[in-house]
Design a protein around this ligand. Structure first.
Ligand SMILES: [Zn+2]
Length: 153
């Protein structure tokens, strides 16, 4: 599944899982046109969450609710532990390699972490819809789309 399809499929799911809403009448308009004022300039409503124009916020809400965002710190630490030894000997002492690196050069560490995450995003393994505040595994999104899009696209 390419990124474009993921985004358009998420959009379709967002349409399916939210209700057209006329803000001026403050009424649901499931048919896409408000029965009271005949406007088709409608917001999307998620009951219990809120209403707003557009579907981007709906997608963000759905993902927040249904999927777990990737703990980018954790996956970076795991990668380091797999590439290097879990512990490192300095003199006669043994330290956690991750803690040792992180504590000794926190700036370099965080630069390397964001480069690693950017790399995964470029390889189309991770994706963010909010400029990098939250990342999701693309394969998680694909299964989410499969589960939620039956018959819609
Ligand atoms: Zn109306």
């Amino acid at each position: 599944m390419c990124l474009k399809n993921i985004e358009s499929n998420l959009k379709s799911i967002a349409y399916k899982k939210s209700i057209p809403f006329c803000y001026s009448c403050y009424k649901e308009a499931p048919s896409g046109v408000c029965k009271t004022c005949h406007s088709d300039d409608l917001m999307r409503l998620i009951p219990g969450v809120g209403c707003e124009y557009g579907t981007e916020w709906v997608v963000e809400e759905l993902l927040k609710e249904d999927l777990e965002a990737v703990d980018t710190e954790e996956i970076f630490e795991q990668m380091i532990e797999e590439c290097y030894e879990e512990t490192t000997k300095v003199g006669f002492m043994e330290f956690s390699t991750v803690e040792l690196m992180k504590n000794n050069d926190p700036i370099y560490w965080s630069i390397a972490q964001s480069e690693y995450v950017d790399g995964l995003a470029q390889d189309e393994q991770l994706i963010s819809f909010d400029n990098g505040s939250n990342y999701y595994w693309i394969h998680d999104l694909e299964s989410y789309i499969e589960e939620n899009l039956e018959g819609a696209a």
